[in-house]
Write a protein that binds this ligand. Structure first.
Ligand SMILES: [Zn+2]
Length: 158
């Protein structure tokens, strides 16, 4: 038998094996195949198509990888809106408090669109005074209409 015929017989055999596997894949429950009963196959994390190629591949191609990563990085509207408010709060405090400590009226903050209830952390002093912070800029509601603005230089020491 010539080398050519040997090769084409091998190809025919492997074609037959592949179609046999495809038949099994149709009739066996998916988990049987995934457990490695027949063959170790992984599907694309994005489109679920069977992946061909290296065993550690997770996606068919770059497009599937990009789709998957973009989906995962999409924030919900609540997260986006909250982040926007927090950033705006910080900007207002920074703008009104360039020296690091000052007093402003509550009304002035409200007029600029400040949201008093959106903060990144509370800071309670030993005398039980609670400062509200948006990142490094904080405020303390004083009596009447006054608000003390402060700036924290360190990172609160966690
Ligand atoms: Zn894919």
């Amino acid at each position: 038998m010539s080398a050519f015929h040997k090769n084409s017989r091998l190809i025919n055999n492997s074609k037959r094996i592949m179609s046999f596997i495809n038949v099994l894949k149709r009739i066996l429950p998916a988990e049987t195949i995934q457990k490695g009963f027949m063959i170790e196959e992984k599907s694309c994390l994005d489109c679920n198509e069977i992946i061909h190629g290296r065993a550690d591949k997770k996606f068919c191609n770059d497009q599937c990888r990009n789709n998957y990563n973009n989906q995962r990085n999409i924030d919900t509207p609540l997260i986006r809106n909250t982040n926007t408010i927090l950033r705006k709060n910080r900007r207002i405090l920074e703008e009104l408090n360039p020296a690091g400590k000052t007093k402003v009226s509550r009304k002035k903050l409200l007029n600029k669109g400040f949201h008093f209830d959106y903060v990144t952390r509370l800071y309670r002093t030993q005398t039980n005074t609670t400062y509200h912070f948006c990142y490094e800029y904080g405020y303390l509601t004083l009596n009447n209409d006054e608000v003390l603005l402060v700036k924290k230089v360190d990172d609160f020491g966690k």
